[in-house]
Design a protein around this ligand. Structure first.
Ligand code: DX5
Ligand code: ZN
Length: 248
């Protein structure tokens, strides 16, 4: 999955992701009364714990905030913070200070995406203390991220409309992944491409075959039954993947 985490603190950096996509395990459906034990399933198996921060405005649900990010990060498991909040600039510094290894904002959540990504870049600093992500809802034209590709390390393509786990992935997501790759190629910039929403054990290999770098999967892992087994089955689907040459 990941070849030799090279970040000083053991966090994966942009350059260390190998062919098989890195797994970011969504913890929204984990048993939060036993969060510590649930997170232990991820240690050494997933690149990140994916924390869906929702403010009840950008999307209908209200979930967790920077304090939850800090709690998960304090276990030593790297946190991928997915900010589904209006005007994410107001929260960037707190989420960074909480120790997130990835911070992703939505292109639709602000009038000032360029300013937001510029502030995120300044916050990450020259040593890139976290991966800078920008996400797209299924209904947003992919070109919305074109002006900020140079300020992002990751483009997260949502296969579901944000708000809940366990939704079916929207058709057309594979093409949107290809469109993002094409945009980056034309811009002469390298970005990681990830997919979030509706990734299950059954479709993980197909989604990974789209040539993506990051896969987010939540309820397929944390189903309150056997997260450890689910994680093994899911990662097995990813590592046995053969990506035809030229697919990246
Ligand atoms: C949706 C979230 C996703 C979701 C993933 O708004 O951004 O991360 O929790 O859960 P599954 O994998 O169950 O679709
Ligand atoms: Zn998410």
């Amino acid at each position: 999955m990941l070849s030799g985490c090279s970040g000083g603190d053991g966090r994966p950096t942009v350059a260390t992701l190998s062919r098989a996509p890195a797994l970011s395990a969504g913890v929204l459906t984990a048993d939060l009364t036993r969060l510590g034990a649930e997170l232990e399933h991820l240690r050494g198996k997933a690149a990140w714990a994916h924390v869906d921060v929702m403010d009840g405005a950008f999307c209908p649900q209200l979930t967790v905030g920077p304090a939850f990010v800090a709690a998960v990060a304090s276990t030593g498991i790297a946190v991928d913070a997915h900010l589904m909040v209006e005007e994410p600039r107001r929260m960037l510094a707190d989420v960074a200070a909480a120790g997130a290894a990835v911070i992703t904002v939505h292109a639709e959540a602000t009038r000032h995406l360029h300013r937001t990504m510029t502030e995120m870049t300044a916050l990450a600093g020259p040593e890139r203390s976290f991966i800078r992500g920008v996400a797209l809802n299924p209904g947003t034209p992919v070109c919305a991220v074109e002006p900020v590709l140079g300020l992002a390390d990751l483009v997260l393509v949502l296969a579901v409309s944000p708000g809940w786990s366990g939704q079916a992935p929207a058709p057309g997501t594979a093409q949107r992944v290809r469109d993002v790759r094409e945009l980056a190629r034309r811009a002469g910039t390298e970005v990681l491409v990830g997919v979030d929403g509706g990734v299950t054990i059954a479709n993980a290999a197909e989604v990974a075959s789209w040539g993506i770098d990051v896969i987010v999967s939540g309820s397929a892992i944390f189903d309150r039954v056997d997260p450890a087994r689910n994680l093994d089955l899911l990662t097995r689907e990813l590592v046995t993947l053969e990506v035809p040459d030229g697919k990246r």
